[in-house]
Design a binder for this molecule. Structure first.
Ligand SMILES: Cc1cc2nc3c(=O)[nH]c(=O)nc-3n(C[C@H](O)[C@H](O)[C@H](O)COP(=O)(O)O)c2cc1C
Length: 213
């Protein structure tokens, strides 16, 4: 354990308030602990995160997506590659993710580079989804203007005929993995003296520091 981490941990022990964040060597260990605690505490939609991307004019855009899994230190979500977020990620493959767990007064802010996951992994997850969701992935031209909802339903009717048995994964649907370069853990504290712990990736290790609230 580095001197820096030891100092941060000792500093943690100086306070009687047991809600101060105890730094771990890996931010993924801390994230997993917090995620499990969010689930145990019945946070509504624990796996929902706000994903922000930026377009070619530097204009940001945010929306909620579900975290599917944490794989080899990357955060995986699924979407339509041709959607607004997909277009923006193809031009600027950097994104921000934000988790908010209000019951625990916790926020996790993550920034990093995004890339498509393997076709095999997208195929495997798509195959595990309910048929209605699979047909929906074909029927929805996500983020494009829809003149009439009937257009969407008639596409579903046609797709039900086209794919009578199994539904293949549409080429425009799949997973992205965000590989973080920075993570910030925020723990609400009394008197607004909140605790913030920031991990920054330097070469292959993580530098961890506290920030003013
Ligand atoms: C709780 C919740 C979960 C969502 N999960 C996803 C998801 O996992 N993938 C996805 O593409 N859209 C998801 N959406 C819809 C997105 O917020 C968004 O409307 C859609 O992806 C289109 O975004 P875009 O036009 O910015 O690309 C979710 C919305 C909510 C409210």
């Amino acid at each position: 354990m580095s001197e820096e981490l030891k100092k941060l941990r000792d500093n943690h022990k100086d306070f009687s308030n047991d809600r101060l964040i105890e730094p771990t060597v890996s931010p993924f260990e801390l994230f997993s602990t917090w995620f499990d605690e969010a689930v145990k505490n019945n946070e509504l939609e624990s796996n929902a995160l706000c994903l922000s991307t930026v377009n070619s004019n530097g204009i940001p855009s945010s929306r909620i997506v579900y975290l599917k899994e944490l794989v080899e230190e990357s955060f995986v979500f699924y979407t339509n590659y041709a959607s607004q977020k997909g277009e923006e990620l193809s031009l600027n493959p950097i994104a921000s993710m934000l988790f908010f767990w209000p019951k625990l007064q916790r926020q996790v802010r993550i920034t990093g580079s995004v890339s498509k996951i393997s076709e095999e992994n997208s195929d495997a997850y798509f195959a595990s989804r309910p048929r209605e969701s699979q047909l929906g992935a074909w029927a929805s031209y996500q983020s494009e203007i829809l003149a009439d909802r009937n257009e969407l339903f008639s596409r579903i009717t046609n797709l039900e005929q086209q794919f009578k048995d199994s539904v293949p994964r549409p080429p425009h649907w799949g997973g992205y993995a965000l590989m973080p370069s920075e993570l910030e853990f925020w723990q609400g504290q009394p008197s607004r003296l909140h605790d913030r712990l920031v991990y920054i990736k330097i070469s292959d290790s993580w530098k961890v520091q506290r920030k003013n609230p």
